[in-house]
Design a protein. Structure first.
Length: 78
């Protein structure tokens, strides 16, 4: 059975709504963003919305943490 899912590209990505772990706001994890993350080898969903992600990145840069959680990645313009 070949199940077509409502016109989405056949790459397993679908737009998702995630909850930001910082501000608890819903934010969209779009197909474009998922592809962007996947290309960079990130298997997990982002935990933060774009705003908090940007803030977090600034803090991470200051802290000089060894963890590289999305530190090189930035959201594509959507
Ligand atoms: Zn947030």
């Amino acid at each position: 059975m070949n199940q077509e899912r409502g016109g989405f590209m056949d790459n397993g990505f679908e737009p998702k709504i995630l909850i930001c772990c910082e501000c608890k706001q819903e934010f969209a994890f779009t197909v474009a963003a998922q592809q962007y993350f996947a290309e960079r080898g990130y298997a997990e969903d982002p935990k933060r919305c774009k705003t908090c992600h940007t803030q977090h990145k600034k803090i991470q840069r200051n802290k000089h943490s060894g963890e590289t959680e999305f530190s090189e990645a930035h959201y594509p313009e959507l």
